[in-house]
Design a protein around this ligand. Structure first.
Ligand SMILES: O=C(CO)COP(=O)(O)O
Length: 264
């Protein structure tokens, strides 16, 4: 049984410029330090806009913060005539650990295909970044009872050509689209159902060890008031948090969900 370290990742989306990013990250770090947060027990990541990454790197390095950080997207290419795209190699030079791939807002607003998402997963691994692969159904798919099939089809497509060794380091974020930004959170049972289905598919595609190693996050209106019930589920290993991560004190409470369980 793999010991999967919980991961709380805050996806800031298109919010907080590089000045605001510095203030927010500083406040988050201070809040977690005051609470004596154990980063070995719960990993904490922020995923800011690209324009903030150098400032985040500077603060993390200067203050030797244990908070890690990621990018919200990346190019499938390393360099060249790809106006507006961001090279995974440049992200690696900025000390980025994680890279979101296939977030529903990229799939919706930028028509990202399964093929492009698969190419980006490979691109992340090649540059030494850890992909956080975002998958999840639409409301109409859930209403049709096809949410598991839809989400697993996204998983299958994104994993094409990956080795078991690569997949074991992958993070998967199950984000039902109907729960993103709506305040309507999936139930802990919904999150467990899909996390277990994802793990089951990984066992089919690869092997039990790989399925056991992969961390599966839940995302979609996570708050400090609901995170503990979601994290109590055996196949859920963390959260990908949007709006609530913009408030450092609220995000710190989410990261410290275990403490809140026991009322510390
Ligand atoms: O999209 C999300 C994280 O990537 C979830 O956003 P919210 O937490 O604002 O629903």
């Amino acid at each position: 049984m793999a010991q999967r370290t919980p991961l709380m990742a805050g996806n800031w989306k298109m919010n907080l410029d590089h000045h605001q990013a510095t203030h927010t990250l500083q406040k988050l770090a201070w809040t977690l330090k005051d609470a004596k947060h154990d980063y070995a027990a719960v990993e904490v990541a922020v995923i800011p806009p690209f324009t903030d990454l150098r400032s985040v790197q500077t603060l993390v390095d200067a203050d030797k913060l244990e908070i890690v950080y990621g990018a919200q997207d990346l190019s499938a290419h390393e360099s060249g005539a790809y106006t507006g795209e961001i090279s995974p190699l440049f992200l690696a030079k900025l000390g980025v650990t994680y890279a979101l791939v296939g977030h529903s807002e990229r799939r919706e607003y930028h028509a990202e295909s399964d093929e492009l998402i698969n190419a980006k997963v490979h691109s992340a691994f090649k540059a030494g970044l850890v992909p956080i692969l975002c998958i999840g159904e639409l409301l109409e798919t859930r209403k049709a009872g096809e949410h598991v099939a839809h989400t697993l089809a996204q998983l299958d497509a994104a994993l094409q050509g990956l080795t078991a060794e690569q997949v074991r380091t992958l993070v998967v974020a199950y984000e039902p689209v109907w729960a993103i930004g709506t305040g309507e959170t999936a139930t802990p049972e919904d999150a467990q159902e899909m996390s277990a289905a994802i793990r089951g598919r990984l066992a089919e595609l690869y092997d039990a060890e790989t399925a056991d190693a992969v961390r599966v996050l839940y995302g979609g209106s996570v708050k400090s008031s609901n995170v503990a019930s979601i994290m109590a589920k055996p196949d859920v290993d963390g959260a990908l948090v949007g709006g609530a991560s913009l408030d450092p004190e609220e995000f710190a409470k989410i990261a410290r969900f275990q403490a809140h369980e026991v009322g510390l």
